[in-house]
Design a protein around this ligand. Structure first.
Ligand code: CA
Length: 364
């Protein structure tokens, strides 16, 4: 009996030693695993901007730790290497290996890209994550970006945004007529149908544009980010809800040629770190937005306003028209729209019995 135990321990010790030896020599004998990579990541946000800008910084740190320093990623703020709205082109041509931005900025290159940020009266963050990762959205997004030599990955989510900053009250749809407002993507197209003039500006230019009167109104993200830009100093009415961006997903994009050069484990690390960053950003916004809103209202005297119900209903009708029109213009956008629409119908039905019913019950 004693002999058997001793023999067993000896065998275990031997196996264990073999295992260690194999592990120790693996890196040295495998040149692929010994190789280190240095990447650049360009973004559309000011360096270290709360949430949007700290997301890619956390991503780079996570990749460094997970890869034990084999993949080093240097993050650039908007304008440091390329301007905010040239991230797509820069990563496509390989000036940087990665980018972090919002897909709706690229509607001029691929109209369907707008569906991968947010759709007016579309999906909230939870629903959007479901469509992207389990509802066919990611496969369509990959198909859309493939001709640009890009691989898209989820890069964060803001949750339901705020409706924007105005210097006059919005009491009817007519109040939007002639209004020059910064509002990108499909939301901008809806504003145009309502008689307004949408403009797309990077975040870093919003405050000055609003303060100088170059624009009459702007939306940005939500209290946590809008407070950081000091938008309350240039407009007094803060509208909700953000009907135009109910769950905006940020994106990482990877140059495919660079991605293909990575060994499989580093590819998995990039994918996994993007999923972690995606959820982390939503968690941060969820925890911090309400504190920031209290500060805006209590410390800075911001006046909160709800969009009137009839204005929201009319905007919803206009949104349906915009989506159908945008989709009809090219087959790829039609395909994305059909997938989005079918998923939305399904998830709406289920969430009316669960998330929505619960929130109604809780808030009674
Ligand atoms: Ca926004």
């Amino acid at each position: 009996m004693k002999f058997k135990i001793l023999a067993g321990l000896a065998i275990l010790a031997l196996l264990s030693a073999c295992g260690e030896q194999a592990a120790n020599t693996d890196g040295a004998q495998n040149p692929v695993k010994a190789q280190t990579f240095k990447w650049k990541l360009v973004t559309s946000w000011p360096k270290n901007f709360p949430g949007l800008g700290t997301g890619p910084e956390k991503f780079a740190k996570l990749v460094d730790e997970m890869s034990d320093g084999r993949l080093k990623i240097k993050v650039y703020g908007a304008g440091q290497l390329v301007p905010a709205l040239e991230v797509f082109d820069a990563v496509s041509r390989g000036t940087a290996q990665m980018g972090h931005s919002g897909a709706y900025y690229w509607k001029g290159k691929a109209p369907a890209a707008q569906f991968f940020t947010s759709v007016p009266f579309g999906l909230n963050a939870q629903e959007m994550h479901g469509w992207i990762h389990y509802g066919g959205g990611m496969e369509l997004w990959q198909e859309l970006y493939a001709p640009f030599n890009l691989i898209p990955l989820a890069g964060g989510n803001t949750g339901v945004q705020m409706g924007g900053w105005f210097n006059k009250e919005i009491n009817s749809l007519d109040d939007l007529k002639g209004l020059k407002m910064r509002i990108p993507g499909l939301g901008g197209e809806v504003l145009e149908r309502a008689g307004g003039t949408p403009v797309t500006l990077p975040g870093g230019e919003l405050f000055t544009a609003l303060q100088t009167g170059a624009i009459d109104a702007t939306e940005w993200v939500g209290p946590y980010n809008d407070l950081a830009f000091g938008l309350y100093k240039a407009a007094k009415f803060y509208y909700y809800p953000g009907w135009h961006e109910p769950g905006s997903m940020l994106e990482f994009m990877v140059n495919k040629t660079a991605f293909d050069k990575l060994p499989k484990d580093l590819q998995a690390i990039v994918r996994t770190a993007s999923r972690a960053t995606n959820q982390d950003m939503l968690d941060e916004y969820t925890a911090r937005n309400n504190h920031a809103l209290k500060e805006l209202v209590e410390k800075h005297g911001v006046q909160l306003r709800a969009y009137p119900d009839d204005v929201l209903l009319k905007l919803r009708d206009l949104s349906d028209d915009v989506l159908a029109d945008v989709a009809s213009k090219d087959p790829m956008t039609q395909k994305v729209y059909e997938s989005f629409k079918a998923y939305k119908q399904n998830v709406m039905e289920y969430h009316s019995l669960t998330e929505q019913a619960f929130l109604n019950a809780r808030n009674k």
